[in-house]
Design a protein around this ligand. Structure first.
Ligand code: COA
Ligand code: ZN
Length: 313
């Protein structure tokens, strides 16, 4: 059988302003968040997860969520996405004009209980209700709904997460009308063989529905997992500037793959990101100024671009 050539363009989504800031204790001022967002757009990012619609009592960093979304929409020129943990957050995001909503639930029952305080099936029902709400408001085709399956590769509370559970959820969320399915390794348990196997299996279950990959680099597997997912056709990746990030409701969670390193990897293997590296590295310097004392990762910032970068692809 002849294989279809895979597209050589990728969407790299910045999640630093959401996932990245979840574990950061110091509250970044709203204006600084918007400066970050503006710079990120100027670097060429076409989608940014700008905030999270959660109660401030859960994550105080996002008490300014509505203001950040409003400011992000005023910047314009990109898809402003927000994360929501439940239907209530989803409705707020619809009302406040988010371009895209990422609704998170966990394949691990134990993590779902810890993260959003309800069984996974109840969260899936809320996602179905959110699709109904969006469509009833005439927003189908205008506001994209992405279903995020967290802890898809294992869980630091319950351990093993059966692949069949991930496949069943994928099928259900696709049937509900998700515009995208994002598969997340919340606690960095995945390895490249698992990533290849699971994404390939999900593709057979959900057909042409776009899949996104969300990796944390907790055990140094993050970029290897990006290659594994890219090999089986994934063209949407999440990453956080400076490798910030982690779920406060999952023990042992640490940062996402670093945006700058991930972009470098993707470009190096011939997958075009459309990102201006010089600007991105300047933004990376500003991030350190904005978050003094915070542990910020990322190898490219330390080493700089190779002289052979892009000539060897
Ligand atoms: N945004 C703002 N307020 C919300 C909300 C949301 N998404 N969801 C619920 N609330 C409010 C309710 O209105 C209620 O307020 P009140 O006490 O003034 O009436 C209060 O929060 C409790 O609501 P309830 O529905 O009982 O929530 P809960 O206590 O069962 O908690 C979550 C459920 C999802 C809100 C909570 O577990 C949570 O915030 N989780 C965050 C998960 C997360 O962000 N993880 C990291 C990303 S993966
Ligand atoms: Zn994450």
């Amino acid at each position: 059988m002849k294989r279809m050539p895979l597209p050589d363009k990728v969407d790299l989504r910045e999640v630093g302003l959401r996932d990245g800031l979840q574990m950061v204790g110091q509250i970044l001022p709203t204006q600084t968040k918007l400066d970050w967002c503006r710079d990120q757009v100027a670097c060429g990012f076409s989608e940014i997860e700008v905030t999270s619609f959660v109660p401030p009592s859960s994550i105080p960093q996002f008490a300014d969520a509505a203001e950040v979304l409003k400011g992000a929409k005023a910047i314009g020129g990109f898809t402003a996405a927000v994360l929501v943990p439940n239907l209530k957050g989803g409705i707020r995001a619809l009302e406040r004009g988010a371009d895209k909503i990422t609704f998170v639930l966990s394949a691990s029952e134990a993590h779902n209980m810890s993260n959003v305080r309800r069984p996974t099936d109840a969260s899936a029902t809320e996602f179905e209700d959110l699709v109904t709400e969006r469509d009833a408001r005439g927003l189908k085709g205008k506001v994209a709904l992405s279903a995020v399956i967290a802890t898809a590769f294992g869980c630091s509370i319950q351990g093993e997460v059966p692949e069949d559970r991930v496949l069943d959820l994928s099928e259900r969320l696709a049937a509900a009308g998700a515009d995208e399915l994002s598969i997340a390794d919340t606690v960095g348990y995945g390895n490249p063989l698992q990533v290849r196997r699971l994404f390939a299996a999900i593709s057979t279950v959900v057909g042409p529905l776009p899949l996104a990959a969300h990796f944390h680099d907790t055990r140094g597997m993050g970029l290897a997992n990006v290659i594994a997912a890219a090999e089986v056709g994934v063209r949407r990746f999440d990453a956080a500037l400076g490798g910030l990030g982690g779920c406060p409701f999952a023990p042992g969670a640490t940062g996402n793959i670093a945006t700058e390193d991930c972009a470098y990897l993707l470009e190096s293997i011939g997958l075009s990101t459309g990102i201006d590296f010089e600007r991105l590295l300047q933004l990376r310097v500003r991030l350190e100024e904005w978050l003094p004392g915070e542990r910020i990762e990322g190898r490219l910032k330390q080493a700089g671009l190779a002289k052979t970068f892009l000539s060897a692809a």
